[in-house]
Write a protein that binds this ligand. Structure first.
Ligand code: HSE
Length: 309
């Protein structure tokens, strides 16, 4: 095998109430990463596309190459690897762009090296990519992109990632207003201490959301998608956020929130038809406010990153 190409999906992190502990994978958008074996004895970035020249080309500083370097060191290999990264989603969008690149690189290099590690063993390397990208090694984007489905990070130390079931037809509408919010900045504005009253409501919602997923109870899932801690601060970065929520709910969304650190907003819907209606209404509302946007509709991706034939 001389080269391997991988698609790694975008993700919705936090899912309303679960800051840094909940996330799910999408079928689209996502990044593609190709790796090939070389004789150079080094990890090189052969090509980076779709980034408007913004990503660093130094292999130690670029997320995708830095995680591949750490991985090869870990397995004790001096193999040269050339990487091509095809960015197919916007930066600073709240869709887990850096996470998808890191996951794509790790799955591809692990495949070409004969899969010495299993998927879950790749997770700590992908988390270090997040640290490089935004200063914090959270897993709520990288874990679903790598493992697929809806995941809960019960603990970071020790790392304990739990896969949750997803009701069959549930579908997600994503609308990305064309503004950029760097994750680091969006993390810096969050309060580090929270009132007990907010914490009580928040952990009630996290527990209820998990119960809703297990019970196939769409109404319970919808009413658990409330965030009393992070959204009240971050929504100020998203133009017309409260109106967008009203529009999503009026168009049948079960629940609505900020995807990751934003500005993308997500609506969980009972099926694809409803998700398409919600996405269309949100794009139209943003346009009415003078904000261009892009939308996607996706079911929850149970597979995560895939090796492409
Ligand atoms: N949990 C992270 C955050 C996801 O909200 O900052 C974005 O990377």
């Amino acid at each position: 095998m001389s080269s391997v190409r991988v698609f790694a999906p975008a993700t919705v992190a936090n899912v309303g109430c679960g800051y840094d502990v909940l996330g799910f994978a999408l079928y689209r958008p996502g990044d593609e990463v190709a790796v090939r074996l070389t004789d150079s004895g080094k990890v090189t970035l052969d090509q980076v596309e779709g980034d408007d020249g913004r990503l660093p080309l130094d292999p130690e500083k670029n997320t995708v190459s830095s995680v591949v370097i750490s991985y090869l060191e870990h397995i004790g290999s001096k193999q040269g690897v050339g990487i091509s990264l095809h960015k197919k989603m916007p930066f600073g969008s709240g869709l887990g762009s850096s996470a998808a690149s890191a996951v794509g690189g790790l799955v591809a290099v692990n495949e070409i090296m004969g899969r010495p590690l299993d998927r879950s063993e790749l997770l700590p390397f992908a988390m270090e990519g997040e640290r490089l990208a935004c200063g914090n090694a959270h897993a709520d984007n990288v874990a679903p992109s790598l493992l697929g489905g809806f995941v809960l990070i019960r603990s970071y130390d020790p790392l304990d990632v739990i896969s949750l079931p997803v009701p069959g037809d549930i579908c997600c509408a994503l609308v990305y207003p064309h503004i950029e919010i760097p994750t680091l900045a969006a993390r810096q504005i969050i309060r580090q201490n929270i009132p007990m009253s907010g914490a009580i409501r928040q952990w009630g919602n996290v527990g209820a959301l998990v119960a809703g997923l297990y019970r196939d109870d769409l109404e319970l899932i919808g009413r658990s998608l409330e965030d009393f801690i992070v959204e009240p601060v971050r929504k100020m970065l998203i133009p017309g956020f409260d109106g967008l929520r009203e529009t999503a709910v009026a168009n049948g969304a079960l629940g609505f929130g900020i995807s990751g650190s934003g500005p993308t907003v997500f609506s969980l819907c009972r099926n694809k038809t409803c998700a398409e209606a919600a996405a269309k209404a949100l794009v139209s509302e943003l346009a009415g406010n003078g904000v261009a946007s892009t939308s996607w509709v996706s079911k929850i991706n149970s597979e995560g990153a895939v090796v492409l034939k």
